[in-house]
Write a protein that binds this ligand. Structure first.
Ligand code: FAD
Ligand code: EPU
Length: 339
């Protein structure tokens, strides 16, 4: 049964804790709910926003349309062979709970993505990634409803155009499809990926047994808790910007002036530079401006200490972009979705 509400506060439905409201609000729990919703002719031309956990959105004003909160649940094994399990998951499942489910089954592929906030349905949107892994590596297919035709469609891997923090859903087809289910192909003989960052250092050294998916997941959780602010305590949406990729030529030229600038080759002629380093070097780390600011431990994370507005965070983000551009000639693009 659909319950359409009006003038609903979104403050607790976005991890920045921005106090705005939605003109209309509805939760959907099944494909049928979604079909019913799309048939409500009065709402056909109202602007729509699909919301999962609200951990990658910045509300800059009240939403004068319909917010659809995706609560479709369910985890089912749809296929299995000696090497793999294929798991079809409802878009409203909590991402980290899916990771823990797979770790507990000893199915590998998602453990490095432990503790990323949000829902399964939003994960393909920006091809979520952390600690050397992105979901495109285990993604099999997704099901979505095309809001233009009301038809169900299936997107295979190559249809999604996954890239670093991007997919067709974030750019070319933004807002058009409502993802209802995602299927992942998990590995029954997991290959542990502990090469990235500080994972090795954070493994439990008192445990002398062979490494498991759980050891890797625990190490990732430990690192994340030490670096990133918990949205339950300080409003934030994780990395506000993407790490910029620049040409090797530009990087080499910058290195002559800024010898300690870190960079990681991503292709023969491109280098990824940590935005957190650029922002810190430009003097922003830990700076507070009224209710908003730049996190004290991670300069890539903008925060709302309480009572800040989306407009204030947006204005701060633009000042940061301008100052990084002025100092390094590098453009920072936002990862967070502005609404
Ligand atoms: P929302 O914020 O609700 O939505 C994000 C976008 O997806 C919106 O444009 C929305 O319209 C769209 N959307 C949501 N659900 C659907 C759907 N079912 N169908 C179609 N469109 C949909 N991200 C990473 O990649 N790696 C990280 O390591 C990481 N760490 C984070 C740490 C913290 C502390 C926080 C707060 C965020 C972090 N993020 C990270 C960002 C965020 O968790 C992910 O982008 C996550 O996938 C967002 O999920 P959500 O359900 O909250 O999406
Ligand atoms: N750094 C600084 N100062 C800072 C922060 C970072 O100098 O204040 C430098 C350090 O050199 C550090 C490097 O940046 O070694 C990288 O920092 P970190 O390992 O914290 O990772 P990140 O590049 O800032 C990315 C993702 C995160 C993901 C982690 C781990 C992006 C935009 N962000 O952060 O994703 O969890 O790597 O893989 O790619 C997110 O997308 O919301 C997110 C949190």
């Amino acid at each position: 049964m659909l319950t359409l509400q009006s003038n609903v506060s979104l403050r607790t439905l976005n991890t920045f804790g921005i106090d705005v409201s939605a003109r209309y609000f509805v939760e959907i729990n099944s494909d049928e709910d979604l079909q019913t919703l799309l048939q409500l002719t009065d709402l056909r031309h109202v602007p729509r926003l699909i919301l999962g956990g609200g951990s990658n959105v910045l509300f800059t004003r009240n939403f004068e349309g319909l917010v659809v909160k995706n609560c479709i649940k369910g985890i089912e094994v749809v296929q299995e062979n000696a090497e793999h399990s294929w798991v079809r998951v409802g878009a409203g499942e909590i991402w980290h709970e899916l990771v823990l489910y797979c770790v507990q089954k000893n199915w590998g592929g998602l453990e490095n993505l432990s503790l990323i906030p949000g829902t399964v349905g939003a994960a393909p949107m920006q091809n979520i990634g952390a600690y050397g892994v992105e979901i495109k590596e285990t993604f099999e297919q997704l099901e979505a409803i095309d809001t233009e035709t009301g038809q169900k469609c299936v997107f295979e891997h190559h249809d999604c155009h996954f890239g670093y923090r991007e997919s067709i859903f974030k750019y070319q087809a933004r807002g058009r499809y409502i993802i209802t289910h995602v299927t992942f192909r998990l590995n029954k003989t997991p290959v542990l990926n502990v090469a990235y960052g500080d994972i090795q250092k954070n493994l439990d050294v008192t445990d002398t047994r062979p490494l498991t998916l759980k050891s890797v997941s625990d190490a990732v959780i430990k690192i994340r808790r030490s670096k990133l602010p918990d949205p339950a305590e300080i409003g934030n949406a994780g990395s506000f910007f993407k790490n910029p990729e620049i040409s090797t030529q530009q990087y080499d030229a910058l290195k002559t002036e800024f010898a300690d600038m870190p960079g990681y080759p991503t292709a023969p002629n491109t280098v990824k530079v940590p935005a957190g380093w650029l922002i810190e070097q430009a003097g922003w780390k830990g700076k507070r401006f009224g209710s908003v600011g730049v996190h004290v431990r991670q300069a890539l994370v903008l925060v709302n200490y309480g009572g800040g507005t989306g407009g204030e965070i947006k204005a701060l983000s633009e000042k940061i972009q301008a100052s990084v551009y002025e100092k390094y000639g590098i453009e920072l693009n936002t990862e967070v979705n502005f609404v």
